[in-house]
Design a protein around this ligand. Structure first.
Ligand code: AMP
Length: 114
């Protein structure tokens, strides 16, 4: 996807504050944080929404989740806790159409979300 902002971030064509990177995924700080720590984890491959990830590629989702937990451990907030969220489509509040996992931490998060 040439005009997708997160694809551009994944290709390092748009700057981001990178937290973690490997061949398959990238984690970077959200530009408009909703919590003291707000990190986005994306696969480098483009999937528009969660609906577009076939079961045969579920490993992508697993790696996003396990990497979020590793980032939480590495940054010392795993024990205090955190939240991972993936918004899907308009009712879910998705605004960037390249799947991403929000990793939120650093304050007591309320439930249910708005
Ligand atoms: P969502 O609303 O679930 O699609 O989340 C998109 C998130 O991407 C929002 O929290 C935005 O603040 C964030 N965002 C949008 N553009 C950028 C960017 N260039 N760098 C970092 N975060 C971004």
């Amino acid at each position: 996807m040439t005009d997708c902002i997160f694809c551009k971030i994944a290709r390092h064509e748009v700057p981001s504050r990178i937290v973690f990177e490997n061949e398959r995924l990238l984690a970077f700080h959200d530009l408009f944080p909703a919590a003291p720590t707000h990190i986005l984890l994306i696969p480098k491959s483009h999937y528009t929404t969660l609906n577009d990830v076939p079961a045969s590629e579920a490993v992508v989702l697993g790696e996003l989740m396990t990497t979020a937990a590793q980032i939480a451990r590495d940054n010392g907030f795993a024990d205090d806790g955190y939240r991972v969220v993936m918004n899907c489509n308009s009712d879910g509040g998705q605004s960037v159409y390249h799947i991403h996992l929000h990793l939120l931490a650093g304050r007591k998060l309320t439930w249910p979300p708005g």
